[in-house]
Write a protein that binds this ligand. Structure first.
Ligand SMILES: [Zn+2]
Ligand SMILES: [Zn+2]
Length: 279
């Protein structure tokens, strides 16, 4: 059995208001837990903090994070993850590196004064960074595939196969302008026949048309990716900060109608606190 827990589902920036309380305002953080092996965390956005509260800091934590990219909404939660302040805790972080900076150099820049009071290496637990680009590796019983995903700057998507179940995670995905049916080969490889596809759903079609080079896609394109990859379930994720609860409800209704014509079995909108269990 695998459990997928959504702790942060918002894109771009954390936000808060009564109008978004049902879907939530923390940024990208999703946790996979199986019956054997340590947790695997997709992205280190501000949703990592409430996950840390659930874990607690009474005993050392061991886990792995698969980071899509270094934009603020995907990394800000790291120093606020309570278990990393417990002696003996370990966190392995995999993510993209550029020619200019490996992953540990990048974190050493922004988890460091003057951007943060201390350097990440001064946190009590041990964080180990692993550069990961277009590769496959194993984390305990889980097999991980990492492929580049079109966005702004180097960005990874991930597929995890664990206990006979499969999940693909691509939080930020640039829809190719003028090519609404083109999906990158690496993206299709990641999402091929997965049980659950967690995908960028930042924009409505008109928002995408107004911001075609902001690195994101329309919900219509997320459905196209799920359709072409034959994903069984699509989870709309990385909601725009301006999308309030009722708007997301309406967008989900519309997406479910379109999905019925595309052989996508189920479409959900991610919300904070949502748990999916795969038997
Ligand atoms: Zn993002
Ligand atoms: Zn981004």
């Amino acid at each position: 059995m695998l459990t997928i827990s959504f702790y942060g589902v918002r894109g771009s920036t954390p936000c808060s208001s009564p109008e978004i309380h049902r879907y939530g305002g923390n940024t990208s953080c999703v946790v996979l837990e199986g019956e054997d092996g340590d947790p695997i965390i997709f992205d280190l956005g501000t949703g990592l903090r409430p996950f840390g509260n659930d874990v607690g800091s009474a005993k050392p934590f061991h886990g792995t994070a698969l980071l899509t990219h270094l934009h603020w909404d995907h990394v800000q939660g790291l120093p606020f993850f309570a278990p990393i302040h417990t002696a003996g805790s370990t966190l392995d972080v995999y993510g993209p590196c550029s020619d200019e900076a490996c992953l540990s150099d990048a974190f050493g820049t922004f988890v460091n004064p003057p951007f943060f009071p201390v350097h990440f290496s001064d946190l009590i637990g041990d964080i180990t960074f692993h550069d990961a680009m277009d590769c496959e590796f194993e984390i305990g019983p889980a097999k991980v595939m990492c492929r580049p995903v079109p966005h702004v700057g180097l960005t990874n998507g991930y597929r995890v196969d664990w206990g006979g179940r499969s999940i693909a995670y691509m939080s930020d995905h640039q829809e190719p302008f003028g090519q609404p049916n083109h999906v990158a080969d690496g993206v299709l490889e990641l999402a091929d026949g997965v049980d659950v596809l967690i995908h960028d759903a930042q924009f409505t079609t008109s928002e995408y048309e107004a911001r075609p080079d902001w690195g994101h896609c329309s919900i219509r394109y997320a459905l196209e990716v799920a359709h072409q990859a034959k994903a069984k379930q699509l989870v709309l994720f990385h909601h725009d900060p301006t999308h309030h609860d009722e708007m997301i409800d309406d967008l989900l209704d519309e997406a479910q109608t379109i999905a019925a014509g595309l052989d996508i079995r189920e479409v959900l909108a991610a919300s904070e606190g949502l748990k999916l269990t795969l038997d």
